[in-house]
Every structure is written in structure tokens, then in C-alpha cells.
Design a protein around this ligand. Structure first.
Ligand code: XMP
Length: 477
């Protein structure tokens, strides 16, 4: 029997038919959704675990906007855990283990430590964490030399306002406002440091009301692991660092290797949420749901840097892949991430309409101020590098870091390296994407993501329809 040929479509092949709408404003659309069985998102946007997309700054920014960043894994385990730790410390209600410095340290040492940790000041404590004082950026301004000691210039304990162990966040907030101070250390009866509340964290709370945080006020963040080599150790270190969700990410996620990896990760990291991928079929979704994953990542070959379909001949156009996987995953209540190929806000509306609970974005966020990597200037234009995780360049980077055992001559790349124009802040891009999503929800009279999934009716369009959908028959400026 010859193989059958089914029709499969992607975002540009379809449009969503508008419906009578009760909306007075697109602001009525609620974008809250699920990332995994337990974790939710304020907006259905996840940044890709790629080395030129998601590091600390991207993860912090996206979580503050209500999404989540998945930190890439193309770095040592130690560095990877440190990135997670830094995201977790970026925002707090009460910091339970504040950074400290010894009173014998020099001004130079304080400056270096504060810069490394990304903080303005430090609590001064002895080795038993007994609070001796605070050294702030203001104290540093009045230092006369870099070899002065902390003890000489700190604000000593008897001049500090401190709160007693057990203080509530609301009380701490009131004290900060009343005393007009930047930092409020919390100590127990023996003056041992129990926590810290800072003005900077209070400002963040006001500035980012939609921030995706857990009960401690810390931002939610994801980490990624593979299925070979040191992945269990990496996962355990990420969990120790406070990661909220692990993304087990390989090119072909519908595999025995993936199933075994999920089983091992479950045993090694009990309680952590696990998203697995990438997959493109209902069979794959069902098999991974049966193993007990908490989320699925769908997309084989739709990404901007992907050449998997060219190299292997395999893949499924993304809209069909999302529809099939989401239908299967719904039976297990497992949320689906549509990963790759999102070029514009309308694609997000279509992905969610097709059943995805969120989308993962790479290319659109590469080239922003928040993505890792430096800006390259050519003439009067600015660019940033963007490359596939399966590109030769990433394999070379992995080899240099000792993460790749294979000889580089054996690598068959399934991704390419390129540059994308520098685009400014990701906050503006997310604003446009979410605005477009809300408008799409109003066109379909969907007040929630769930309603969009119920209400969506697609029409397949032709090349003429695609041409008609973009700007046409006008000049370019
Ligand atoms: P976009 O289109 O947003 O897609 O840039 C991001 C997603 O692309 C996938 N990815 C790859 N796929 N070869 C592939 O076939 C690669 O080298 C590669 N690198 C990333 C990945 O799923 C990502 O989230």
C-alpha cells in the first residue's frame, strides 16, 4: 500500500471567521492561561530556551509582564543554576536569605560583590549572620579610599531601623514608608538576620502589577534540560536554585529516550513541573501525557532558524500539529505550548484558537535589548545574532564548554545562524502582541482563552487570500 497523503496547514494558510461581538473594548479580553497543569500565565507568551533569546534579563522582563522565560541550557550547570537564582532574587516580598558582607571587607570588595550580585547595598554581618550594619550605595559615596573597611563606613546596627522576626509584609511596607528608608532588615532576638524588605521590591510591585509570581512574590522561571549526559544533575541543580518548571527539550520528543528521561526526572526531581517536547502528532501527545507530563511543547520544524524539515524531510505544518496535539492533550488536561513560527500577533490568535494554551517565541524576541548577545553595527544599522539550537555554532559552543561529546565533524546541523535587526525593548513587542491577541479575541467574541479555543472557526485561504491579507497595491516609503 502506498503511503497516504494528508493535508496539513500552517498559520498563513488560514484565517479565523469573525463573529458577532459583545465587546465594547478589547481590554475586556482576559489573557490568563495555563502553562502547565499547576502553573498559570497572565499572558500566553513564553520565550524560547535558546541561547540568543532567553537569559536572566529576558526571563525577568517577561515574567514581570505576565509571561515566562525558559532559560537555555547552553552553559555550564553552575552558571545555569546561577542564572535561575538571579531571576528568583530579582523581585521579592521578603528576601529570606539576603546577601551579606563581613565588616573586614574593603570598599573595593563591596563594590565588586554588589556589582556581581546586581544589588545597590549589602547587609553587614559576621560569620554567624549576626547583623552588624548596612552598607548602602550612599555610604560608598562617602568612602575616601577603596581600602577603607566596611566597618569604617557602614551605617552601624544601633543607627538602623530593623524589624523583628515574624513581621508581616504589610507592616514592613508601612515601616519603610514611615521611616523613608531603602532597606529594612529583619532579625531574631539574637540579632541574627532572618530577612530583608527593600524599597526596590516595593517599587517593582507597583510597577509590574501583572507580574507572574509565586506566593513569596518571586518571579516564575523555567529551565531546560536534554535527555543525555548530565541532564539529571543539571535538573537537580536547577531545582535547588528554585526553578518552577523544567522543559525537557529535544528535536524529536516522541521517542523512547524522552519517555525514559521523563521517568528518571520524575524520580530525581519529585514535585517539579515538567514540560516535554518537541512533538507534532496526536500519538506523541497521547504517549507523553500517559507518562505523566505537565505540559507539552509542539512544533517540529516551524521555527525561523529551523532546517529540520529540509534536512530530515520530517515535520508537520504548525497549525495542524497544534490542533492534533491539543485535541489529544485536552483529554489529559495537559496544556500545550505552540512553539515556533510565530511571526505576528495574528499567529498567536490562530495558535490559541487551534487549541494551544500559550506560544513560545524565539525570532520575534531575538534582537531585543533583553536577549543575550551583543549588538553588531553595520553602517547605520544595528543587529543581534540569532541561531538555531541545533546549528553548527551552538554545537561548537557546547563543545568548547565540554557539554558536547561528539566530534564536530559528526554534527549534522538542523538549524542555521543569522542576524536579526535590533528591535529595542521586548516590552514594546509584547505590548503589540498582546494588543493583537486581545483584538483577535474581540473579533471572535471570546472573553477568555478558553472561549477563544471554543469559538474559533478557521477558513482555509489561497495564495490570493494571503496576498489580500497583507498590505498590497500601494507603494513603499
Ligand atoms: P521562532 O520561529 O520563534 O521559533 O524563532 C523558535 C523555536 O524554534 C525551535 N528551534 C529549532 N528548530 N532547529 C530546529 O529545527 C534548530 O536549530 C532550532 N533552534 C530552535 C525551538 O523549538 C524554538 O523554541
Amino acid at each position: 500500500m502506498p503511503p497516504t497523503i494528508k493535508l496539513a496547514l500552517t498559520y498563513d494558510d488560514v484565517l479565523i471567521t469573525p463573529k458577532r461581538s459583545t465587546f465594547a473594548s478589547r481590554k475586556e479580553a482576559l489573557t490568563k492561561t495555563s502553562l502547565t497543569k499547576k502553573l498559570s500565565l497572565g499572558i500566553p507568551i513564553v520565550s524560547a530556551n535558546m541561547d540568543m533569546v532567553t537569559g536572566e534579563t529576558m526571563a525577568v522582563t517577561l515574567a514581570r509582564l505576565g509571561g515566562i522565560g525558559i532559560i537555555h541550557r547552553f552553559m555550564t550547570i553552575e552558571e545555569n543554576a546561577n542564572v535561575i537564582r538571579r531571576v528568583k532574587r530579582a523581585q521579592n516580598l521578603i528576601i529570606s536569605d539576603p546577601y551579606t558582607i563581613e565588616p573586614t571587607a574593603t570598599v573595593m570588595e563591596v563594590k565588586i560583590k554588589a556589582a556581581e550580585l546586581g544589588v545597590g547595598g549589602l547587609l553587614v554581618a559576621n560569620s554567624d549572620r549576626k547583623l552588624l550594619g548596612v552598607i548602602s550605595s550612599r555610604d560608598l559615596l562617602f568612602a575616601t579610599s577603596d581600602i577603607q573597611t566596611v566597618a569604617e563606613i557602614m551605617t552601624p546596627y544601633d543607627k538602623l531601623v530593623v524589624a523583628k522576626e515574624g513581621v508581616t509584609f504589610a507592616e514592613a511596607k508601612r515601616i519603610l514608608a514611615e521611616k523613608k528608608i531603602e532597606k529594612l532588615p529583619i532579625v531574631n532576638g539574637q540579632r541574627v538576620i532572618e530577612g530583608l524588605v527593600t524599597m526596590a521590591d516595593l517599587k517593582n510591585l507597583g510597577q509590574y502589577p501583572l507580574a507572574n509570581v509565586n506566593s513569596d512574590g518571586k518571579l516564575i522561571v523555567g529551565g531546560s534540560v536534554g535527555v543525555n549526559g548530565d541532564y539529571i544533575e543539571r535538573a537537580q541543580e536547577l531545582v535547588k536554585a528554585g526553578v518552577d518548571v523544567l522543559v525537557v527539550d529535544i528535536a524529536h520528543g516522541h521517542s523512547d529516550l524522552m519517555v525514559k528521561a521523563i521517568e528518571k526526572l520524575r524520580a530525581a526531581c519529585p514535585g517539579v513541573e515538567i514540560i516535554a517536547g518537541n512533538i507534532a502528532t496526536a500519538d506523541a501527545a497521547r504517549d507523553l501525557c500517559e507518562v505523566g507530563v505537565d505540559g507539552l511543547k509542539v512544533g517540529v520544524g516551524p521555527g525561523a532558524t529551523c532546517i529540520t524539515r529540509l534536512v530530515t524531510g520530517c515535520g508537520v505544518p504548525q497549525l495542524t500539529a497544534v490542533m492534533n496535539c491539543a485535541e489529544a492533550a485536552k483529554k489529559y488536561n495537559v496544556p500545550v505550548i505552540a512553539d515556533g513560527g510565530i511571526q505576528k500577533s495574528g499567529d498567536i490568535v490562530k495558535a490559541v484558537g487551534a487549541g494551544a494554551d500559550s506560544v513560545m517565541v524565539g525570532a520575534l524576541f531575538a534582537g531585543t535589548a533583553e536577549s543575550p548577545g551583543r549588538i553588531v553595527t553595520r553602517g547605520d544599522k544595528k543587529f543581534k545574532v540569532y541561531r538555531g539550537s541545533a546549528s553548527f555554532d551552538v554545537s561548537e559552543k557546547r563543545k568548547t564548554l565540554g557539554l558536547e561529546k561528539k566530534d564536530l565533524s559528526e554534527v549534522v546541523p538542523e538549524g542555521v545562524e543569522s542576524v536579526v535587526p535590533f528591535k529595542g525593548s521586548v516590552t514594546d513587542i509584547v505590548g503589540q502582541l498582546v494588543g493583537g491577541l486581545r483584538s483577535g479575541m474581540s473579533y471572535t467574541n471570546s472573553h477568555t482563552v478558553d472561549e477563544l479555543q471554543q469559538n474559533c472557526e478557521f477558513v482555509q485561504i489561497t495564495n490570493a487570500g494571503q496576498r489580500e491579507s497583507g498590505p498590497h497595491d500601494i507603494g513603499s516609503l
